[in-house]
Design a protein around this ligand. Sequence first.
Ligand code: ZN
Length: 256
Amino acid sequence: MDERELSFAASAIQNADSVVALTGAGVSTASGIPDFRSEDGLWTEYDPNDFHISRFQADPEGFWRERVDLVEDLFGNDVEPNAAHEALTELEESGHLDALITQNVDGLHQEAGSDDPVELHGNGQRVACTGCNRRFDADPVFERARGGDLPPTCEHCDDVLKPDVVLFGEQLPEHERFRAHSLSESADVFLAIGSSLTVEPAASLPETAADRGATLIIVNLDSTGLSGHAEYDFREDVTEAVPRLADAVIDSDPRT
Ligand code: ZN
C-alpha cells in the first residue's frame, strides 16, 4: 500500500460526513473460517441442497443433523475476531465509521465490539423460532441438537427453531436490505472489504454509493467486480491493510 495513496484515502475518511463499510467472506477467512465458494470450499464437502429452505421445511430433523456437522466445520476451532474486525471497531469508536454492513454470519464483528452491524445474511450465533419469531442464543440449542434433541423446538411455543441465517432459497431480510441500501445512498465514503463484489446485493451497494458521488475504497486480495470504479483499490491482505488504514485515519486526525 503506497503511503501517499494511504494518506489520501485516510483523509477522505476523515473529511466524510458518512462512512459506510461492507465486509465479505475475506474478513472471515482471515479468522480461519472456511470459504464456501472457493475451489476447495465447503460446498465440495456438503451439498448446498441439504441447506435449502425447502429441505428445512420438509425435513427439519435431517436438516438439523447435518447443520450441526456443518457448523462444527465452520466454527469448530473457536474462531476469534482478527485485526481487520478490530480495526473496524476502532474506526467506529473513534467516530470515523458510521455504519457497518456485513455479508458474514459468524458474529465476529459484534464479538470485536461493533455496535449494531447490518447483517445481510443473518447471524449464525442466533436461532429464530419459526412460530413466535423469538431469537435465542445458538450455542445451547446446538448443544441440545448434538445431544439428539432433533429438531430443537421453542420452549415458548414448541415450534421448530431455525438458525437465524438466510438459507438457500430464502430472501434477504427486508429490513436489513433496506437499511443497507439507504446507508449506501447517503455514504460519502464507501469501504468495501474482503468481498469480490460479484454477488448481490454486495455488488450493488458500493455501486449505488459510487453513483451518488461517494469515494469508493476497496481492500481485497484480488481484483473485484468494481475495481474499475474505485478511487482506491488496495489489493492486500485485509488484516494488514485495514489496520494500517484505520491507524492513518485515527493518528492523523486533527480532532484528537
Ligand atoms: Zn416460539
